[in-house]
Design a protein around this ligand. Sequence first.
Ligand code: PHE
Length: 453
Amino acid sequence: MTRKRKSIHGQWSSRWVFVLAATGSAVGLGNIWRFPYMTGTNGGGAFVCVYILCVLLVAIPIMMAEIMLGRRGRQSPINTMQALAEEESLSSAWRYLGWMGVVAGFMILSFYSVVAGWTIDYIIRAGSGIFTISSDIEIAGYFDALLASPERLLVIHTIFMALTVIVVSMGVRSGLERAVKFMMPALFILLIIMVGYAMSTTGFSRGLSYMFYPDFSKISAAGVLAAMGQAFFSLSLGMGAIMMYGSYLPEKASIAKTTFMIAAADTLVAILAGVAIFPLVFAYGLEPDKGPGLIFITLPIAFGKMPYGEFFGTLFFILLLFAAWTSSISLLEPAVAWLVENRGMRRPRASALAGLIAWILGIGSLLSFNRWADYKLFGKTWFDMMDYLTSNIMLPLGGLLLAIFAAWLMKRQSCVDELGMGDGIAYKCWYFTVRYIAPVGVLIIFLQAIGIF
Ligand code: PHE
């Protein structure tokens, strides 16, 4: 038996707070902005089907592994990987897996903050009542006009990054905990209201069949990769965010139960967002494959038409901003914890420095919609590239390596001890999935995407 470590950054006050915080990390723009538009650009129902399979067979087992490693290491992902590798007499090069996560975190946060900035702009617009008096075409035009203005994008990107830095600099207990406690339930309720509205529109049945009727001829190998990437992105996996949060988890809490709760809540929110949005797309004669602007065009049209739309619209974008906020703090936390542990920095300084790096990277993303729109690599702008590299490559690769570390290299007894669910059938199921199914699944999808399989 190894001695139990303690985190120098503190601990969640209970298992519930961990569930809330991890759900706060998971539920964000990924569910409400990215999931519907990815579904729309990758073949509808077939994408949703592959996505759910990836969550069940790949993401959930890897999430348990990631939380387990985090709780055992109790440090930033870089130091955790190093410490666990030493403990298991493995190469200390495993710490580079932690590094890849930190880099992925910066890359994701850089474009995440730009999109979160859009929600700030939309809070103000919805509050001004402009959607009520605008035509559908005008509403679509607002989004294009926002993207065309680098100055406006810079202001809102800066505001969002500052919000993130502020919460992270306050630390685990006072910062992160407080932010998530009531936002999640509120967002949930509002989504249900939106689904209720979608049910009253003429597009409801078409929207539902678009989302749930899988036509596998509509999904390509790239679409399957995108579905897996979406599962990693949405559950915050493969880059150390969940590992970091796991490092604050109290000793006794059950990792399996908490993982299922987080994954269920995350998937439910994504599905609800889809059920709220696709009926509107069809009711208003829009195209589902509009790309990143999907919710910023469909929802404002709906808010413009529905009773009390001004109120609901403003509230919706406020809640979306909060959902993005509780996710963005988890993107920054691993880097900040490392700066505190290894560079002896104080939290506020470390947060500001890490935030600055992500902010600078983000400028590339906001320029991709205007001045740099024509600079492309493999047909992708900077924004697309950051998104693609992280979601479709770095996160699944990180998850694959974590699965290999936990299920192939760590001593079986170490896993049994740390998961604390005994050595029965539940444990064996997890072990089998994380050892065989998840890694093989990720590999096949990778190989298939590059045309080898
Ligand atoms: N899961 C978050 C979302 O869905 C994004 C995220 C990805 C957060 C990776 C942390 C790590 O919005």
